[in-house]
Ligand binder design. Structure first.
Ligand code: ZN
Length: 438
């Protein structure tokens, strides 16, 4: 068993009972200044400690300042990661990521640690969560929180149950209302990957996510599912074209909105896809979700355009992070295996084969598999590598991988617009289609 910390964000609204709203407003502006200064200093090569010293402000809690600097540096790291991705990929339609804004457009809210910059308490009499926010030294704003029952009960849990605790909170402002987004933390016990009974191999490419569940004991296939999100790409392309056109005409505000729309859309897709993966895994006993190590491949060998395409059409890294996050909440372990030539090996006999469109063709005459769905084939190889790793078996020495009879592939399209008639209603329902009934 491994113990992992997991977080959730509770979104609430402030009902201010005492203190000045102008203090909060000033704190917002100061936080933005600090974040912008942080980013500028970072670009000039300053390190974290130097930045902390440089951006010190008398009108702002030191503790809050540290949190704001931390968040700005995190945004910078994400930007650098995105930039690396951009330099690596070969799709010229994807715009170059821009660094976090260091002017008035930069949206960096005050970030506060619990009991320092803010404090929440549960009032038994009123049955409300009360807050104290310290936007400046010696200035306190008090009141209670409002919000959806789910969000409030998360906070109550963090305040009353020992296994739960409160992390940082962010103070946001929109249309005259102040919001407090509170991070709630707990620890989850996750089984070790090698103790799992079912191996879920995940293969990702620009069109599909293929999943295969194998039982560790016999390597029989328990389920297989291919999620097609080809329509997503088209939708992203559409937003991108409109965005570009607006840019050319200098309509920057529309451009900004569309950019956000595309981003939200991608987020939504990633959320949905990752949910299906976890729900697929949950249908089997003691599962482990296995990814192939894409970064390793990229660094080790300079692959041709095929590999690049595989890597970069969707933010795969983000997808993997989301799956891991959701899996951890559900006490499902994840692991990564190195898998060169994954898509080129036959998942049945291990022979090198070739790809013909979406088909994988095995070149071994004595192999029963003449062809298979290429992405499903790759996902079996990913699961198989996890099996070999824990069985202490040299991958190159053993060829037999799984059952010779390949099950029928269930393919589900993930609709882009969300209005398609045949769209399955829930991710659970999609996931359940991939289970084989024998
Ligand atoms: Zn074969």
């Amino acid at each position: 068993m491994g113990i992992e910390e997991v977080t959730k964000t509770a979104r609430t609204r402030l009902c201010i009972e005492s203190g000045e709203r102008s203090w909060l407003k000033n704190a917002r502006y100061t936080a933005r200044d600090i974040a912008n200064d942080t980013l500028e200093l970072k670009q000039q090569g300053y390190n974290r400690t130097e930045i902390q010293k440089e951006v010190d402000r008398e009108d702002f809690l030191r503790n809050n300042k540290c949190a704001v600097v931390g968040k700005a540096l995190h945004a910078w790291d994400s930007y650098k990661e995105l930039l690396d991705w951009w330099y690596d990929q070969d799709d010229t339609n994807v715009g170059k990521p821009s660094p976090p804004a260091t002017d008035k457009k930069g949206a960096y809210p005050p970030v506060m640690a619990h009991t320092e910059g803010y404090r929440l308490t549960y009032n038994d009499e009123t049955e409300r969560v009360e807050f104290r926010v310290s936007p400046k030294p010696y200035k306190k704003v008090n009141g209670h929180l409002r919000g959806r029952p789910d969000d409030l009960s998360l906070i109550e849990k963090a305040l009353t149950e020992e296994e739960w605790s409160l992390g940082q909170a962010e103070l946001l402002y929109r249309d005259g209302v102040y919001y407090l987004h509170v991070t709630v933390k707990t620890e989850v016990k996750v089984p070790e990957p090698e103790d799992a009974d079912t191996l879920i191999g995940v293969d990702i490419n620009e069109r599909n996510i293929a999943l295969t569940a194998l039982t560790r004991e016999t390597m029989d296939t328990l389920g297989t599912l291919v999620l097609d999100y080809g329509s997503v790409k088209a939708e992203r392309q559409r937003y991108h074209t409109i965005t570009k056109r607006c840019q050319e005409h200098g309509q920057h505000s529309i451009h900004h909105q569309l950019g956000e729309k595309e981003e939200r859309y991608t987020e939504w897709i990633l959320h949905r896809l990752s949910r299906v993966v976890v729900e697929f895994a949950q249908q089997f006993s003691n599962p482990v979700i296995v990814f192939e190590d894409l970064s390793g491949i990229r660094d080790a060998i300079k692959y041709g355009t095929y590999m690049n395409r595989r890597l970069h059409k969707l933010p795969f890294h983000k997808f993997e992070q989301q799956v891991r996050y959701k899996a951890t909440w559900n006490q499902i372990p994840c692991e990564t295996v190195e898998s060169p030539y994954n898509s080129k090996a036959c998942s049945c006999c291990g022979h090198r084969g070739y790809r013909q469109g979406r088909r994988f063709c095995c070149t071994n005459d004595s192999c029963d598999v003449q062809q298979d769905h290429a992405d499903r084939n790759a996902s079996v190889n990913v699961a198989w590598r996890a099996w070999a790793k824990h069985a202490g078996i040299d991958v190159e020495s053993v060829n037999y991988r799984t059952r010779k009879t390949q099950p029928f592939v269930r393919k589900v399209s993930l609709s882009g617009s969300g209005r398609s008639v045949n769209r399955p209603t829930s991710s659970r329902e999609i996931a359940s289609r991939g289970v084989l009934t024998t």
